[in-house]
Design a protein. Structure first.
Length: 115
């Protein structure tokens, strides 16, 4: 059982990225999956959440209107679309999935917003 993130990179301010969180060993449609991020020297913070494949979604105020979380049951992947990126969004982004009473962290993917 694991989750694996991908899709990070270096983009200029105002740019976009799509992060992926691919699950193996369980179905995202039955999970509570959260994207967190952690910038150097700062605490890990909540970014967005999707419950049971999209029944409910939540966002941090700092990303509302710019980021979109979604799930694809066919590929068993949760996506985080990042638009209108700002330098303050620079961080390592982590996917966390809770299912069946257990939680699983991915290794993270780096997002750097810089000109």
């Amino acid at each position: 059982v694991q989750v694996v993130e991908s899709g990070g990179g270096l983009v200029p301010p105002g740019g976009s990225l799509r992060l992926s969180c691919a699950a193996s060993g369980f179905a995202f449609s039955r999970s509570d999956t959260i994207w967190y991020r952690q910038a150097p020297g700062k605490a890990r913070e909540f970014v967005a959440r999707i419950v049971n494949g999209g029944v409910r979604t939540n966002y941090a105020d700092s990303v509302k209107g710019r980021f979109t979380i979604s799930g694809d049951n066919d590929t068993n992947t949760v996506y985080l679309q990042l638009n209108i990126l700002k330098p303050a969004d620079t961080a390592k982004y982590y996917c966390y999935s809770a299912v069946g009473g257990r939680g699983y962290w991915g290794q993270g993917t780096q997002v750097t917003v810089s000109s």
